[in-house]
Write a protein that binds this ligand. Structure first.
Ligand code: ADP
Ligand code: MG
Length: 238
């Protein structure tokens, strides 16, 4: 059974429908990238999986459970945003442990999870700094570390690298690939950047105007685009 399942998922804002009945099966441990032009509905789709937006129709399942009516904290997901959303008054260590602390986990468990995240993301040297004293790349690693400590079934990333310069973006792509290998979790990753999609994904999902144009491995999509939109977007040879 798929780890994340979307069945005819629809999103309307008032009378405006922006996601038109999407079907998608994402396997356990799979790295799936939703890609497409700005405004095509990538973030909305991700936020519906996260439970940050209610769905207007259809069904979303995570693991064995239909999650349509579950709040985000009960969905066993962690989300990483492009604006980091770190707590400025807390140290890196406190930022990493915060979600476990408010869940009343024992301190020994928090310490262990924080250490593990710090090791995976090479944060050990910055643990007592506050976000204001970190570089953009370091902040993004803390944001990812915060997602890891909860050992979610599914990681959701919304354009996590778009605030970084080109060099750092390339570096962080490698970091994210490593993270995926180490944590062995399902990742649903949103970007408008084709190169990022092609290098990160096991499968890419190409979206346009609230629907899916094509799903496949980067190579499949590159070699056999279903239409000129996909071919142009991916940069396939004519
Ligand atoms: P993407 O992430 O692919 O750039 P979004 O999912 O953010 O696209 O947006 C999809 C469409 O939904 C866009 O046309 C956007 O203007 C619209 N939209 C997003 N959020 C809202 C909202 N809160 N209210 C009304 N329309 C929205
Ligand atoms: Mg978006």
């Amino acid at each position: 059974m798929a780890q994340v399942q979307l069945r005819s998922v629809v999103k309307k804002y008032g009378s405006l429908e922006v996601v038109h009945g999407i079907d998608l099966d994402i396997a356990d441990n799979e790295f799936v990238v939703l890609v497409g032009p700005s405004g095509c509905g990538k973030s909305t789709t991700l936020r519906m999986i996260a439970g940050l937006e209610a769905i207007s129709g259809g069904e979303i399942a995570i693991g064995e459970r239909v999650v349509n009516d579950l709040p985000p904290r009960h969905r066993n997901i962690s989300m990483v945003f492009q604006n980091y959303a770190l707590y400025p008054h807390m140290t890196v260590r406190e930022n990493l442990g915060f979600s476990l602390k408010i869940a009343n986990r024992p301190q020994s468990e928090i310490d262990r999870a924080v250490e593990e995240a710090a090791n995976i993301l090479s944060l050990s040297d910055y643990m007592d700094r506050k976000p204001g004293a970190l570089s953009g790349g370091q902040r993004q690693r803390v944001a990812m570390g915060r997602a890891i400590v909860r050992h979610p079934e599914v990681f959701l990333f919304d354009e996590p690298l778009s605030n970084l310069d080109a060099k750092l973006r390339t570096q962080m792509r490698t970091e994210i690939k490593k993270l995926h290998q180490k944590v062995q979790s399902t990742i649903v990753y949103v970007t408008h950047d084709q190169v990022e999609a092609m290098t990160l994904a096991d499968r890419i999902v190409i979206m346009r105007d609230g629907h899916i144009e094509q799903v496949g491995t980067p190579l499949e999509v590159f070699e056999n685009p279903v239409n000129t939109f996909v071919a142009t977007f991916i940069g396939s040879p004519p």
